[in-house]
Design a protein around this ligand. Structure first.
Ligand SMILES: NC(=O)c1ccc[n+]([C@@H]2O[C@H](COP(=O)([O-])OP(=O)(O)OC[C@H]3O[C@@H](n4cnc5c(N)ncnc54)[C@H](O)[C@@H]3O)[C@@H](O)[C@H]2O)c1
Ligand SMILES: O=C(O)C[C@H](O)C(=O)O
Length: 325
Protein backbone atom coordinates (compact mmCIF):
# COMPACT_ATOMS: atom_id res chain seq x y z
CA UNK A 1 0.00 0.00 0.00
CA UNK A 2 1.49 3.39 -1.07
CA UNK A 3 1.60 6.30 1.37
CA UNK A 4 -1.32 8.71 0.72
CA UNK A 5 -0.56 11.94 -1.14
CA UNK A 6 -2.29 15.25 -0.53
CA UNK A 7 -4.16 16.77 -3.48
CA UNK A 8 -5.46 20.34 -3.07
CA UNK A 9 -8.20 21.63 -5.36
CA UNK A 10 -9.31 25.25 -5.22
CA UNK A 11 -12.67 26.45 -6.51
CA UNK A 12 -13.86 23.14 -5.11
CA UNK A 13 -17.54 24.10 -5.12
CA UNK A 14 -17.39 25.18 -8.78
CA UNK A 15 -18.34 23.46 -11.99
CA UNK A 16 -14.88 22.27 -13.09
CA UNK A 17 -14.22 20.87 -9.62
CA UNK A 18 -17.52 19.02 -9.73
CA UNK A 19 -16.00 16.86 -12.45
CA UNK A 20 -12.33 17.06 -11.42
CA UNK A 21 -12.68 15.92 -7.81
CA UNK A 22 -14.42 12.70 -8.82
CA UNK A 23 -11.92 11.86 -11.58
CA UNK A 24 -9.01 12.36 -9.18
CA UNK A 25 -10.74 10.42 -6.41
CA UNK A 26 -11.32 7.48 -8.74
CA UNK A 27 -7.58 7.23 -9.51
CA UNK A 28 -7.56 8.67 -13.05
CA UNK A 29 -4.83 11.18 -12.21
CA UNK A 30 -2.31 9.34 -10.04
CA UNK A 31 -3.19 5.73 -10.71
CA UNK A 32 -5.43 3.07 -9.19
CA UNK A 33 -2.99 2.25 -6.36
CA UNK A 34 -2.32 5.78 -5.05
CA UNK A 35 -4.32 6.67 -1.92
CA UNK A 36 -5.33 10.32 -1.72
CA UNK A 37 -6.18 12.94 0.87
CA UNK A 38 -8.37 15.62 -0.72
CA UNK A 39 -7.89 19.20 0.45
CA UNK A 40 -10.76 21.27 -0.93
CA UNK A 41 -10.65 25.07 -0.84
CA UNK A 42 -13.36 27.57 -1.64
CA UNK A 43 -14.48 30.97 -0.33
CA UNK A 44 -16.73 31.24 2.76
CA UNK A 45 -19.83 31.99 0.66
CA UNK A 46 -19.38 28.72 -1.24
CA UNK A 47 -18.74 26.44 1.74
CA UNK A 48 -22.35 25.33 2.05
CA UNK A 49 -22.35 24.24 -1.59
CA UNK A 50 -18.97 22.56 -1.07
CA UNK A 51 -20.54 20.56 1.77
CA UNK A 52 -22.87 19.03 -0.82
CA UNK A 53 -19.94 18.03 -3.05
CA UNK A 54 -18.19 16.46 -0.06
CA UNK A 55 -21.36 14.50 0.78
CA UNK A 56 -21.30 13.15 -2.76
CA UNK A 57 -17.61 12.21 -2.52
CA UNK A 58 -18.46 10.30 0.67
CA UNK A 59 -21.36 8.61 -1.09
CA UNK A 60 -19.06 7.26 -3.82
CA UNK A 61 -17.09 5.28 -1.18
CA UNK A 62 -13.95 5.69 -3.30
CA UNK A 63 -11.39 3.08 -2.16
CA UNK A 64 -8.49 5.54 -2.66
CA UNK A 65 -9.88 8.47 -0.68
CA UNK A 66 -8.44 8.46 2.87
CA UNK A 67 -9.73 11.83 4.05
CA UNK A 68 -11.54 14.90 2.73
CA UNK A 69 -10.78 18.36 4.14
CA UNK A 70 -13.08 21.24 3.10
CA UNK A 71 -12.00 24.73 4.12
CA UNK A 72 -11.94 28.43 3.23
CA UNK A 73 -8.41 28.83 4.65
CA UNK A 74 -5.60 28.49 2.05
CA UNK A 75 -3.09 27.74 4.84
CA UNK A 76 -5.15 24.71 5.85
CA UNK A 77 -5.91 23.68 2.28
CA UNK A 78 -2.24 23.66 1.24
CA UNK A 79 -0.82 22.06 4.37
CA UNK A 80 1.68 19.45 3.12
CA UNK A 81 0.12 19.51 -0.37
CA UNK A 82 1.86 17.35 -2.97
CA UNK A 83 -0.34 18.35 -5.93
CA UNK A 84 -2.20 21.67 -6.11
CA UNK A 85 -4.81 22.30 -8.79
CA UNK A 86 -5.68 25.99 -8.68
CA UNK A 87 -9.07 26.18 -10.34
CA UNK A 88 -10.89 28.72 -8.19
CA UNK A 89 -11.42 32.00 -10.00
CA UNK A 90 -14.22 33.81 -11.71
CA UNK A 91 -14.91 32.37 -15.20
CA UNK A 92 -15.68 34.66 -18.13
CA UNK A 93 -19.20 34.97 -19.45
CA UNK A 94 -20.46 35.54 -22.98
CA UNK A 95 -18.64 38.39 -24.78
CA UNK A 96 -15.80 38.67 -22.25
CA UNK A 97 -12.12 38.22 -23.16
CA UNK A 98 -9.78 36.47 -20.75
CA UNK A 99 -7.94 39.70 -20.05
CA UNK A 100 -11.16 41.08 -18.55
CA UNK A 101 -10.58 38.58 -15.75
CA UNK A 102 -7.05 39.70 -15.02
CA UNK A 103 -7.82 42.18 -12.31
CA UNK A 104 -10.64 40.17 -10.73
CA UNK A 105 -8.55 37.04 -10.40
CA UNK A 106 -4.95 38.18 -9.98
CA UNK A 107 -5.13 38.79 -6.22
CA UNK A 108 -6.40 35.28 -5.55
CA UNK A 109 -3.17 33.89 -6.96
CA UNK A 110 -0.82 36.10 -4.97
CA UNK A 111 -2.52 34.99 -1.73
CA UNK A 112 -2.42 31.35 -2.79
CA UNK A 113 1.21 31.55 -3.98
CA UNK A 114 2.19 32.78 -0.51
CA UNK A 115 0.17 30.04 1.19
CA UNK A 116 1.76 27.36 -0.99
CA UNK A 117 5.17 28.81 -0.16
CA UNK A 118 4.44 28.63 3.55
CA UNK A 119 2.66 25.29 3.78
CA UNK A 120 2.98 22.97 0.76
CA UNK A 121 5.37 20.04 0.34
CA UNK A 122 8.75 21.29 -0.93
CA UNK A 123 8.15 19.08 -3.99
CA UNK A 124 4.63 20.36 -4.71
CA UNK A 125 3.48 20.33 -8.32
CA UNK A 126 1.16 23.23 -9.07
CA UNK A 127 -1.23 23.46 -12.02
CA UNK A 128 -3.13 26.70 -12.58
CA UNK A 129 -6.45 26.30 -14.41
CA UNK A 130 -8.22 29.51 -13.32
CA UNK A 131 -8.03 32.20 -16.00
CA UNK A 132 -6.03 33.99 -17.22
CA UNK A 133 -4.16 30.79 -16.40
CA UNK A 134 -0.62 31.64 -17.61
CA UNK A 135 -0.43 34.98 -15.83
CA UNK A 136 -2.12 33.62 -12.70
CA UNK A 137 0.57 30.91 -12.63
CA UNK A 138 3.23 33.62 -12.94
CA UNK A 139 1.67 35.49 -9.99
CA UNK A 140 1.47 32.38 -7.80
CA UNK A 141 5.05 31.43 -8.70
CA UNK A 142 6.42 34.90 -7.96
CA UNK A 143 4.77 34.86 -4.55
CA UNK A 144 6.31 31.51 -3.61
CA UNK A 145 9.89 32.60 -3.20
CA UNK A 146 11.16 29.39 -1.58
CA UNK A 147 9.81 27.06 -4.27
CA UNK A 148 11.42 26.38 -7.65
CA UNK A 149 9.64 28.33 -10.42
CA UNK A 150 9.51 25.08 -12.42
CA UNK A 151 6.99 23.76 -9.87
CA UNK A 152 4.38 26.21 -11.25
CA UNK A 153 2.60 25.40 -14.50
CA UNK A 154 -0.47 26.60 -16.39
CA UNK A 155 -2.97 24.56 -18.34
CA UNK A 156 -2.76 24.62 -22.14
CA UNK A 157 -3.60 20.92 -22.28
CA UNK A 158 -7.23 21.60 -23.10
CA UNK A 159 -6.06 23.51 -26.18
CA UNK A 160 -3.69 20.64 -27.01
CA UNK A 161 -6.52 18.12 -26.76
CA UNK A 162 -8.84 20.35 -28.79
CA UNK A 163 -6.16 20.57 -31.50
CA UNK A 164 -5.74 16.78 -31.56
CA UNK A 165 -9.46 16.32 -31.96
CA UNK A 166 -9.79 18.89 -34.77
CA UNK A 167 -6.88 17.40 -36.73
CA UNK A 168 -8.15 13.84 -36.24
CA UNK A 169 -11.57 14.85 -37.57
CA UNK A 170 -10.03 16.58 -40.58
CA UNK A 171 -7.74 13.67 -41.48
CA UNK A 172 -10.25 10.91 -40.67
CA UNK A 173 -7.97 9.45 -38.00
CA UNK A 174 -8.07 8.90 -34.24
CA UNK A 175 -6.46 11.29 -31.75
CA UNK A 176 -4.19 8.40 -30.72
CA UNK A 177 -2.76 8.33 -34.27
CA UNK A 178 -1.42 11.87 -33.76
CA UNK A 179 1.96 12.71 -32.24
CA UNK A 180 3.96 15.90 -31.69
CA UNK A 181 1.17 18.45 -31.47
CA UNK A 182 2.23 21.77 -29.91
CA UNK A 183 0.42 24.67 -28.26
CA UNK A 184 2.77 27.64 -27.96
CA UNK A 185 2.13 30.59 -25.66
CA UNK A 186 -0.95 31.81 -23.88
CA UNK A 187 -4.19 29.96 -23.09
CA UNK A 188 -6.10 32.61 -25.01
CA UNK A 189 -7.12 33.63 -28.50
CA UNK A 190 -3.45 34.39 -29.35
CA UNK A 191 -2.24 30.86 -28.62
CA UNK A 192 -0.49 29.13 -31.52
CA UNK A 193 -1.58 25.56 -32.20
CA UNK A 194 1.33 24.35 -34.35
CA UNK A 195 1.16 21.29 -36.60
CA UNK A 196 4.49 21.95 -38.34
CA UNK A 197 6.13 19.01 -36.54
CA UNK A 198 3.01 16.90 -36.09
CA UNK A 199 2.73 13.34 -37.38
CA UNK A 200 -0.55 11.63 -38.24
CA UNK A 201 -0.15 7.86 -38.52
CA UNK A 202 3.58 8.53 -38.93
CA UNK A 203 3.09 10.97 -41.83
CA UNK A 204 3.78 14.72 -41.71
CA UNK A 205 0.49 16.50 -40.95
CA UNK A 206 1.49 19.43 -43.19
CA UNK A 207 1.35 17.06 -46.17
CA UNK A 208 -2.15 15.86 -45.29
CA UNK A 209 -3.93 19.22 -44.90
CA UNK A 210 -3.49 22.50 -46.76
CA UNK A 211 -2.12 25.68 -45.24
CA UNK A 212 -5.36 27.51 -45.94
CA UNK A 213 -7.26 25.10 -43.70
CA UNK A 214 -4.58 25.51 -41.01
CA UNK A 215 -4.77 29.32 -41.06
CA UNK A 216 -8.46 29.89 -41.70
CA UNK A 217 -10.04 26.95 -39.91
CA UNK A 218 -7.83 24.91 -37.60
CA UNK A 219 -6.00 27.70 -35.73
CA UNK A 220 -9.06 29.96 -35.20
CA UNK A 221 -11.26 27.02 -34.19
CA UNK A 222 -8.82 25.95 -31.48
CA UNK A 223 -8.20 29.55 -30.37
CA UNK A 224 -11.94 30.30 -30.15
CA UNK A 225 -13.14 26.97 -28.79
CA UNK A 226 -13.60 28.27 -25.25
CA UNK A 227 -15.82 31.09 -26.53
CA UNK A 228 -17.80 28.66 -28.73
CA UNK A 229 -18.52 26.50 -25.69
CA UNK A 230 -19.56 29.50 -23.60
CA UNK A 231 -21.94 30.50 -26.39
CA UNK A 232 -23.43 27.03 -26.67
CA UNK A 233 -23.62 26.11 -22.97
CA UNK A 234 -24.05 29.55 -21.49
CA UNK A 235 -21.24 28.43 -19.16
CA UNK A 236 -17.54 27.91 -19.72
CA UNK A 237 -16.13 24.45 -20.43
CA UNK A 238 -16.03 22.27 -17.36
CA UNK A 239 -15.83 18.51 -17.94
CA UNK A 240 -13.28 18.94 -20.74
CA UNK A 241 -11.26 21.35 -18.61
CA UNK A 242 -11.28 18.85 -15.74
CA UNK A 243 -10.26 16.01 -18.05
CA UNK A 244 -7.35 18.02 -19.42
CA UNK A 245 -6.23 18.97 -15.90
CA UNK A 246 -6.13 15.25 -15.07
CA UNK A 247 -4.08 14.62 -18.24
CA UNK A 248 -1.63 17.43 -17.39
CA UNK A 249 -0.97 16.29 -13.81
CA UNK A 250 -0.93 12.58 -14.66
CA UNK A 251 1.67 13.10 -17.37
CA UNK A 252 3.81 15.36 -15.19
CA UNK A 253 3.69 12.91 -12.26
CA UNK A 254 3.86 9.60 -14.11
CA UNK A 255 5.65 10.52 -17.37
CA UNK A 256 4.77 10.59 -21.06
CA UNK A 257 6.90 7.70 -22.28
CA UNK A 258 8.76 9.95 -24.72
CA UNK A 259 5.58 11.52 -26.12
CA UNK A 260 5.20 15.29 -26.48
CA UNK A 261 2.54 17.18 -24.57
CA UNK A 262 2.00 20.93 -24.16
CA UNK A 263 2.42 22.64 -20.78
CA UNK A 264 2.45 26.30 -19.76
CA UNK A 265 5.77 26.69 -17.93
CA UNK A 266 8.11 29.52 -16.92
CA UNK A 267 9.95 30.58 -20.07
CA UNK A 268 13.71 30.05 -19.92
CA UNK A 269 14.82 31.65 -23.18
CA UNK A 270 14.08 28.53 -25.25
CA UNK A 271 12.81 29.38 -28.73
CA UNK A 272 13.61 33.05 -28.16
CA UNK A 273 10.95 33.52 -25.45
CA UNK A 274 12.76 35.47 -22.77
CA UNK A 275 12.25 34.62 -19.07
CA UNK A 276 9.41 36.40 -17.25
CA UNK A 277 6.26 34.78 -18.64
CA UNK A 278 4.54 31.40 -18.34
CA UNK A 279 4.45 30.13 -21.91
CA UNK A 280 3.05 27.02 -23.59
CA UNK A 281 5.86 24.73 -24.79
CA UNK A 282 6.16 21.19 -26.10
CA UNK A 283 7.55 19.03 -23.28
CA UNK A 284 8.39 15.43 -22.47
CA UNK A 285 7.82 14.29 -18.87
CA UNK A 286 9.81 11.63 -17.00
CA UNK A 287 10.61 10.96 -13.32
CA UNK A 288 8.27 13.71 -12.14
CA UNK A 289 10.02 16.38 -14.25
CA UNK A 290 9.29 18.03 -17.59
CA UNK A 291 11.84 19.03 -20.21
CA UNK A 292 11.22 21.31 -23.17
CA UNK A 293 11.59 19.60 -26.55
CA UNK A 294 14.59 21.46 -27.97
CA UNK A 295 16.06 22.07 -31.39
CA UNK A 296 12.89 22.34 -33.48
CA UNK A 297 13.21 24.51 -36.58
CA UNK A 298 10.83 27.51 -36.48
CA UNK A 299 9.59 28.85 -39.81
CA UNK A 300 8.58 32.45 -40.46
CA UNK A 301 4.85 31.84 -40.01
CA UNK A 302 5.42 30.11 -36.68
CA UNK A 303 7.84 32.81 -35.50
CA UNK A 304 5.20 35.50 -36.06
CA UNK A 305 2.55 33.55 -34.15
CA UNK A 306 4.91 32.65 -31.29
CA UNK A 307 5.98 36.28 -30.90
CA UNK A 308 2.38 37.56 -30.98
CA UNK A 309 1.28 35.32 -28.11
CA UNK A 310 4.44 36.23 -26.15
CA UNK A 311 3.59 39.90 -26.64
CA UNK A 312 0.14 39.36 -25.14
CA UNK A 313 1.66 37.59 -22.14
CA UNK A 314 4.08 40.49 -21.57
CA UNK A 315 1.13 42.91 -21.67
CA UNK A 316 -0.73 40.80 -19.11
CA UNK A 317 2.41 40.78 -16.99
CA UNK A 318 2.72 44.57 -17.18
CA UNK A 319 -0.88 44.92 -15.95
CA UNK A 320 -0.20 42.97 -12.73
CA UNK A 321 3.51 43.75 -12.24
CA UNK A 322 2.94 45.02 -8.67
CA UNK A 323 1.66 41.59 -7.62
CA UNK A 324 4.95 39.95 -8.60
CA UNK A 325 7.04 41.56 -5.86
N1 LIG B 1 -7.11 26.82 -18.47
C1 LIG B 1 -8.20 26.31 -19.02
O1 LIG B 1 -8.09 25.60 -20.04
C2 LIG B 1 -9.57 26.59 -18.47
C3 LIG B 1 -10.67 25.90 -19.01
C4 LIG B 1 -11.95 26.16 -18.48
C5 LIG B 1 -12.11 27.08 -17.47
N2 LIG B 1 -11.02 27.72 -16.96
C6 LIG B 1 -11.16 28.68 -15.84
O2 LIG B 1 -11.30 27.95 -14.62
C7 LIG B 1 -11.88 28.80 -13.64
C8 LIG B 1 -13.00 28.09 -12.89
O3 LIG B 1 -14.06 27.78 -13.76
P1 LIG B 1 -15.44 27.15 -13.24
O4 LIG B 1 -16.27 26.97 -14.44
O5 LIG B 1 -15.18 25.98 -12.33
O6 LIG B 1 -16.00 28.35 -12.38
P2 LIG B 1 -17.15 28.36 -11.25
O7 LIG B 1 -17.61 29.76 -11.12
O8 LIG B 1 -18.14 27.28 -11.49
O9 LIG B 1 -16.33 27.97 -9.96
C9 LIG B 1 -15.32 28.78 -9.45
C10 LIG B 1 -15.24 28.49 -7.98
O10 LIG B 1 -14.09 29.19 -7.49
C11 LIG B 1 -14.43 29.68 -6.23
N3 LIG B 1 -13.51 30.74 -5.85
C12 LIG B 1 -13.54 32.06 -6.16
N4 LIG B 1 -12.53 32.68 -5.53
C13 LIG B 1 -11.84 31.76 -4.84
C14 LIG B 1 -10.72 31.79 -3.98
N5 LIG B 1 -10.09 32.94 -3.70
N6 LIG B 1 -10.29 30.65 -3.43
C15 LIG B 1 -10.91 29.49 -3.68
N7 LIG B 1 -12.00 29.38 -4.45
C16 LIG B 1 -12.46 30.51 -5.04
C17 LIG B 1 -15.89 30.13 -6.39
O11 LIG B 1 -16.52 30.29 -5.12
C18 LIG B 1 -16.46 28.97 -7.20
O12 LIG B 1 -16.92 27.93 -6.35
C19 LIG B 1 -12.33 30.04 -14.40
O13 LIG B 1 -11.35 31.06 -14.24
C20 LIG B 1 -12.35 29.57 -15.84
O14 LIG B 1 -12.22 30.64 -16.75
C21 LIG B 1 -9.76 27.49 -17.44
O1 LIG C 1 -12.57 30.25 -22.71
C1 LIG C 1 -12.82 30.35 -21.51
O2 LIG C 1 -13.00 31.43 -20.94
C2 LIG C 1 -12.91 29.09 -20.69
C3 LIG C 1 -11.73 28.25 -20.90
O3 LIG C 1 -10.53 28.93 -20.75
C4 LIG C 1 -11.78 27.48 -22.18
O4 LIG C 1 -10.82 27.58 -22.96
O5 LIG C 1 -12.76 26.75 -22.40
Amino acid sequence: MKKPVKVAITGAAGQIAYSLIFRIASGSMLGPDQPIILQLLDIPDSLEKLKGTVMEVDDCAFPLVQEVIATADPMEAFDGTDYALLVGARPRGPGMERKDLLEANAKIFSVQGKALDAKASRDVKVLVVGNPANTNALIAQSNAKSLDPKQFTAMVRLDHNRALSQLAAKTGTKTTDIEKMIIWGNHSATQYPDITHTLVGGKAAVNLVDQEWVEKDFIPTVQQRGAAIIKARGLSSAASAASSAVDHMRDWALGTDGKWVSMGIPSDGSYGIKPGVVYGYPVICANGQYEIVQGLPVNEFSRGRMDATEKELREERAAIEELLK
